[in-house]
Design a protein around this ligand. Structure first.
Ligand SMILES: [Zn+2]
Length: 152
């Protein structure tokens, strides 16, 4: 089974993004005495609807890494429909996730719908939410993660 991992940030938290056993996982390491791994996000590849790359090079006061945006089918996976992982190089991730999805659909006996994977590079302006530190777009009226209203 294909696996892939790299350092990443999710909602402002550093960790490791891992592709393993048909799941895309975000793992953080914390704990003062025993450093433990916590899987803070686990996305089944079959729930992924599309992916794209955002290069937010206009973040106020921050050096910005590209963002791998993973859009999930909320009928397959409950929770928010969109996950943003900041990684140094998103392109190998797109390739790895695509191969993972392809090998999964080859393993299933029933014929599954081909998943549309698109890569859109667009420039966006983001800034960290003053409450939860998640990166949000300047056009948002409230933070999509913590719900705090945003000042304009
Ligand atoms: Zn927030």
């Amino acid at each position: 089974m294909l696996s892939y991992s790299s350092p990443a940030w999710y909602r402002g938290n550093p960790g490791v993004l891992e592709l393993e056993n048909g799941q895309l996982k975000f793992v953080t390491r914390s704990g003062l005495v025993n450093r433990k791994d916590y899987v803070t996000q686990s996305i089944p590849l079959k729930a992924i609807k599309s992916m794209n790359v955002q290069r937010a090079n206009k973040i106020l006061g921050m050096v910005q890494k590209p963002i791998l945006v993973v859009v999930v089918d909320t009928t397959e996976m409950s929770g928010i429909p969109r996950h943003e992982f900041q990684v140094d190089t998103p392109e190998p991730w797109i390739t790895a996730i695509q191969s993972g999805m392809a090998s999964q659909s080859a393993e299933t006996t029933h014929s599954s719908q081909p998943t549309i994977v698109k890569e859109v590079v667009r420039e966006i302006v983001k800034y960290p939410c003053p409450y939860c530190n998640a990166l949000i777009e300047v056009t948002s009226s409230k933070c999509p993660f913590c719900g705090a209203p945003q000042k304009k």
